[in-house]
Design a binder for this molecule. Structure first.
Ligand code: C2E
Ligand code: CA
Ligand code: CA
Ligand code: CA
Length: 278
């Protein structure tokens, strides 16, 4: 097993003897993290291309374990999906993000909208909509200040139950976007079945945007979205040139290191004060 990302590599070192032990240990650690507030959310600004103004942010989970150090969500989210902890984690993220954006909006008289990543397994839970309503009520958040990002994987199963569930969420006033668009396995047909609001172009496409075919791909995605009345968010925008191309094709929103990395609560508060208050 690689030691590159610190000890986090043990998570998938199934080739090692005793690995089921370390998986068990990881599950215990995740439980412990939930109970002892070892998760934290960072927030990355989302910017309106036309105005250059921040309209909201994406919440991204962070986990620091005493022994393992910082563990990437790319490592522990798939594990949490497998061991059944993802819904608990997802509910924590929803409540935490809702509470935080409510506080920022109340304090600074803003209408920022926070986007939360929801795992397909969590979305598929029978009680998802009910719990979502509970959380919004507990936090007293205006539903239009919440967005949920779901991946194409959530849509593979095009059953009417899921469609009506998404409709219910939308009817609450919550914005819904399709995350990592273009990287999944599904056909485009689901796009007109599901009442979503926006497409998020995956960073892998933005990375290639300077290449001839890369430009064409991004242009095509934006055209599909607009033809279906969906707005477009580009993630992973790292420089001026990428922004310029996206602007040319009328992409509505951008996120990426060019504007800001994901920030902890304190740094994001400073970011608001510096950029949105005059
Ligand atoms: P994602 O939803 O596609 O999120 C975008 C990822 O790209 C984030 O990585 C973000 O920090 C990173 N990023 C943003 N701008 C740039 C850029 O300009 N350049 C580069 N190189 N990277 C950029 P992160 O935070 O490590 O999250 C990775 C993935 O983990 C997310 O991908 C998402 O699928 C998942 N994830 C993160 N937080 C949560 C969560 O609360 N719940 C669930 N279910 N999944 C989460
Ligand atoms: Ca996302
Ligand atoms: Ca992505
Ligand atoms: Ca994702």
């Amino acid at each position: 097993a690689k030691k590159k990302n610190g000890n986090a590599a043990i998570i998938y070192s199934s080739d090692l003897p005793g690995s089921s032990n370390s998986l068990l240990r990881l599950e215990t650690k995740l439980h412990h993290a939930l109970q002892h507030h070892a998760f934290e959310l960072h927030y990355q600004p989302k910017i309106t291309v036309q105005t250059g103004k921040m309209e909201g942010m994406e919440a991204l989970i962070r986990w620091t374990d005493d022994e393992l150090g910082v563990v990437s969500p790319l490592q522990f989210i798939p594990f949490a999906e497998e061991c059944g902890l993802i819904s608990k984690i997802g509910e924590w993220v929803l409540k935490e993000a809702a509470t935080q954006v409510k506080q920022w909006n109340d304090t600074y008289h803003l209408k920022l909208r926070v986007a939360v990543n929801i795992s397909p397994k969590h979305l598929a839970e029978r009680t998802f909509v009910e719990r979502l309503k509970d959380i919004l009520q507990e936090v007293n958040l205006d539903p239009t200040h919440l967005e949920i990002e779901i991946t194409e994987m959530s849509m593979l199963d095009q059953n009417s139950e899921l469609i009506s569930k998404i409709q219910d969420i939308k009817n609450m006033g919550i914005t819904i976007s399709i995350d990592d668009f273009g990287t999944g396995y599904s056909s485009l047909s689901y796009l007109k079945q599901f009442p979503v609001d926006a497409l998020k172009i995956d960073r892998s496409f933005i990375k290639n945007i300077r290449k001839e075919k890369g430009t064409a791909m991004v242009e095509a995605i934006i055209k599909i979205a607009h033809a279906l009345n969906l707005s477009v968010v580009a993630e992973g925008v790292e420089d001026e040139q990428e922004l310029r191309i996206l602007k040319e094709y009328a992409c509505e929103y951008v996120q990426g290191y060019h504007f800001s990395k994901p920030l902890n609560v304190q740094d994001f508060t400073h970011h608001i004060e510096k950029n949105l208050l005059s």
